[in-house]
Design a protein around this ligand. Structure first.
Ligand code: FAD
Ligand code: NA7
Length: 625
């Protein structure tokens, strides 16, 4: 959750306007303590107030001309978030004005009715129509967030340039316009995942539906068939997926042109807050100037940090392998590692995951464990509580991996997926006073604005932003609307749905059971859950070996069973969860969820038909039609 606004109100005792505004703001802070903190500074009389404000010069701290001339009671301003102790009134974030400005702000705070949204507090970045720079906005990074922001800003009339340049991975892999998602992330990953699903359906289900492939198959021997034999051909999948991605790279260029965004296939470095050096692939350099800058450079995989770590590939390389990865070790146990392991195994390769601690840190533990079991039932091996300590090249171009427990094995491919760092090295942030988190190199922002007011950041490069494509897109569009339209709408980072494709699909929105327990206390949380066999899995005995689907809804017992989190493991998880995400945004209660008539026969209807509580001890697999 973001930190509350800290609003200071100073005025004199007996002033009706001061009384009115402190009453109004005080009530709001009482109602929404997580969103608003009000600090009152009351002076005994007019001379005392004026002494402090005018004679002693407190108003000079306000920064704006209007603030420096303020004389009347009350005066209202924001200070920065205090991490500990009382907020410092002199650590001013923004001058707001007097009674009327504060009332107007309070109205905005309460509207629109969706209380997730609040009026935004951005610093004046000095942008004016006749700024004299080459561009109104230069976007650095042509990935999900950067492209969305650039197109929206241009649509709103801004003169925009977008620089995108792909630095090759340490293995030398490079790709086209569109960033991580389209080239080395969501799109190739999901396509391999879809391939895995097709193969599994052919092997596990087809025969039961009376479908077999091959010239020799006769209908009368169907029952005797052991299942359709499938062969995966990595090269074919790779070629078709890469061709599709190339078509997307081309479409993105066209769309930028259609929107009049100038695309510069150049590496950008910030020289100062308004000057960017751009270098093409031959190293030819020039400068462009801009009123505003949006940094949307995303992230890159962290390299394996052990001896010989440079022998490992990453998710930046796996989709480009010519002949498939062969026997593979995936290092790391978060979703990128597990998803890669899932589709590599499904493509028929011997696959092992090295897990340092737990699977899918940050996700619901029960669901994460079920994913592990499902992956094992699909032949993925797990080595737990180990990290690689040494990688060395051995015969046949293989890699011998020694683990922290002393064991070792040899693989054709080692894929490191131990986290991602923001791609901010050598971006010149130090030249413009923009601070990054030393741990992951991400940029600190407030409402996507950095401490240097004309420099903004969205997407994976922004500290605290969930690393998801639609988040980067939505934040980019919202920011462009605020900068070049009349919008005041902040990006809402709360209750964002996500899906893991392992290949068992797991989608969720809101809190995990574990986080809910920690936040609210065990006694205040209830879990409704159910294990079930989706109809599409029900007539194949092979599917029984893989386990069931599962769903759980986590609710706050103290607040009318408000839904805190929804979790679902099963077919089409992403499709299932999207609509529930809307309900979560609207603060749905468990009663409202179960009053919703299900769609039969689907897996999604299980979520609106839940009745078994975890506290009852009843078996989650009980019941069903
Ligand atoms: P990016 O898309 O990374 O774009 C940044 C761009 O900036 C890149 O093109 C880069 O080359 C360029 N750049 C960097 N530095 C410079 C510079 N100095 N000058 C010019 N250009 C520069 N998200 C989902 O929502 N669903 C998924 O299923 C999903 N799966 C994923 C699977 C994998 C394997 C990975 C790695 C990620 C996945 N993600 C997924 C995350 C998603 O890809 C990212 O959240 C998203 O791409 C972030 O967008 P962005 O605009 O912040 O950055
Ligand atoms: P994450 O989510 O940062 O997870 C990193 C995983 O790698 C996690 O399982 C870690 O284990 C593990 N890890 C981290 N360092 C090591 C070392 N040194 N050795 C072995 N294992 C390690 O990274 P992802 O790449 O999956 O995803 C990055 C983001 O991209 C993610 O947030 C998505 O939203 C998109 P741990 O649990 O810390 O023990």
């Amino acid at each position: 959750m973001s930190s509350p606004h800290i609003l200071h109100v100073a005025g004199m005792n007996g002033c009706g306007f001061y009384k009115r505004i402190t009453g109004c703001l005080g009530s709001l802070s009482l109602l929404f303590p997580n969103r608003l903190k009000v600090v009152e500074h009351e002076f005994d009389d007019k001379p005392a107030f004026r002494q402090w404000l005018v004679d002693d010069g407190f108003r000079n701290n306000f920064g704006t001309e209007a603030g420096k001339k303020h004389v009347s009671s009350p005066v209202v301003w924001f200070s920065k978030t205090s991490k500990d102790g009382d907020p410092d009134p002199a650590d001013i974030e923004k001058y707001l004005g007097g009674h009327d400005a504060a009332m107007e702000w309070a109205r905005g705070f309460m509207t629109p009715s969706d209380i997730q949204k609040s009026p935004i507090l951005m610093q004046d970045d000095g942008h004016k129509a006749d700024h004299g720079y080459d561009y109104d906005l230069v976007v650095i990074g042509g990935g999900s967030g950067g492209m969305a922001a650039a197109k929206e800003a241009a649509e709103l009339g801004a003169k925009v340039a977008l620089c995108d340049f792909v630095k090759p991975s340490p293995m030398g892999t490079k790709w086209g316009l569109g960033g991580t998602c389209v080239n080395v992330g969501c799109i190739p990953k999901k396509l391999y995942h879809i391939g895995a699903g097709v193969k599994e359906s052919m092997e596990a289900d087809a025969r039961h539906f009376g479908i077999a492939v091959g010239a020799d198959v006769k209908p009368d021997v169907m029952d005797e068939l052991p299942g359709v034999e499938t062969v995966s051909h990595w090269k074919t999948a790779r070629m078709n997926i890469q061709n599709y991605i190339r078509s997307l790279n081309f479409k993105y260029r066209v769309r930028l042109r259609e929107k009049s965004v100038q695309y510069l296939n150049k590496l950008a470095t910030l020289k100062d807050a308004h000057t960017i050096e751009v270098a093409d692939k031959k190293g030819n350099k020039s400068d462009i100037t801009t009123s505003r800058v949006l940094v949307a450079v995303g992230g890159r995989p962290a390299p394996l940090d052990c001896e010989g770590g440079e022998l490992a590939i990453s998710s930046d390389d796996v989709f480009f392998l010519e002949n498939g990865p062969g026997k593979t070790l995936c290092v790391g146990a978060s979703y990128i590692s597990l998803e890669c392991a899932g589709f590599i195994a499904a493509m028929g390769f011997d696959t092992t995951v090295a897990v340092r601690s737990i699977l899918l840190r940050g996700f619901d533990r029960e669901c994460a464990d079920k994913i592990g079991e499902n992956m094992m039932s699909h032949g993925v091996k797990f080595i737990t509580k180990v990290t690689p300590t040494k990688l060395e090249k051995v015969e046949n171009d293989q890699i011998k991996v020694t683990f922290s427990d002393g064991s070792s094995d040899t693989y054709d491919t080692v894929l490191g997926a131990i986290g991602r760092h923001a791609d901010t090295d050598k971006l010149g942030l130090e030249n413009v006073g923009v601070k990054t988190n030393p741990k992951n190199k991400k940029i600190y922002t407030k409402f996507e604005q950095t401490e240097t007011p004309n420099i903004y950041a969205v997407g994976d490069v922004m500290e605290g932003c969930p690393e998801l494509t639609p988040v980067a897109i939505q934040a980019g569009v919202a920011l462009a609307r605020r900068l070049f339209g009349n919008s005041q709408e902040p990006m809402d980072y709360v209750n964002i749905c996500t899906t893991v494709f392992t290949p068992l699909e797991y989608s969720c929105v809101g809190l995990s059971e574990d986080d809910a327990n920690e936040k609210l206390g065990l006694d205040n949380v209830e879990v409704y859950h159910r294990e079930f066999t989706p109809l599409e899995w029900s007539i194949s005995e092979k599917r029984q070996l893989y386990g069931n689907a599962f769903t759980k809804v986590v609710v706050d017992k103290t607040e009318n069973e408000k839904v805190l989190g929804i979790h679902y493991l099963g077919p089409n998880a992403g499709e299932v969860m999207q609509g529930y995400g809307v309900a979560m945004k609207k603060g749905v209660t468990f009663k409202e969820l179960t009053e919703t008539v299900g769609i039969h026969p689907t897996s999604s209807e299980e979520i609106v038909s839940l009745s078994i509580t975890k506290s009852s001890g009843e078996d989650a697999a009980a019941g069903g039609c």
